[in-house]
Design a protein around this ligand. Sequence first.
Ligand SMILES: O=c1ccn([C@@H]2O[C@H](COP(=O)(O)O)[C@@H](O)[C@H]2O)c(=O)[nH]1
Length: 272
Amino acid sequence: MTTEQLVEQIRKKKSFLCIGLDVDLDKIPPHLLQEEDPIFAFNKSIIDATHELAVAYKPNTAFYEAYGLKGWKALEKTISYLNEKHPEVYTIADAKRGDIGNTSTMYAKAFFEDLGFDSVTVAPYMGKDSVEPFLNFKDKHTILLALTSNLGAYDFQTKDLEGKTLYTSVLEVSKTWVNAENLMYVIGATKASYIGDVRAIVPNSFLLVPGVGAQGGSLTEVCKYGLNEQVGLLINSSRGIIYASKGTDFAEAAANQAASLQQQMESILNAG
Ligand SMILES: O=c1ccn([C@@H]2O[C@H](COP(=O)(O)O)[C@@H](O)[C@H]2O)c(=O)[nH]1
């Protein structure tokens, strides 16, 4: 999907919500465990109930890899379902990959060609040649970890490196790479006070912002400095939406949580 198509969806739905499909078999409604594929059954119900409220879905691959072959099959079924039934939604494989060039090329093929995701999250630590293979794919986005939502972000990302912080270098240097227009960045919602600085370096890029809901980040704070002319934000919530109820009403409860965030987003967009 192109950035323009994503922006069109955001304007149409008045939403920049991304729903995280982080499926944990210990947390889904027990009645689904009798299904042949409980992970897919859960995802399908959540997607069907929320697709008009969200513009993106983000399965975190760890939650599928943890279940071996049946987890990977559920991931394949989920992305196929999204691409076939809801082709207008944007898809993110939250896989946090990145390796030497030829290996990165294989990661990119796995997520973009085999599975058919629109984007994949990538760690910048191994530098330019580890990221550029992802950037070579037309109409696909590479979402670079810049300033993450967890506490450990302060261990390295905010540390000074030759007069600037490490995450600032990630933003500045990555902007110079070939096909940099295919980059987006992960900025944690818990780091809202840094978003003005981020926008000073990447005013036009999309930011994937996890950390609202279960991690305590504030949508309003993120939007204050994060919005740009194309909206430029995808706000992710996973547990706060998909585990709103463990009963038979789980999909409806998820839709209510998603609707609450979508309404806040609509008000913010109308006010801007
Ligand atoms: O900095 C980051 C990068 C990725 N994540 C991922 O986003 C979701 C957040 O889930 P919640 O349940 O809404 O907290 C999850 O998949 C994380 O691995 C992040 O939180 N922070």
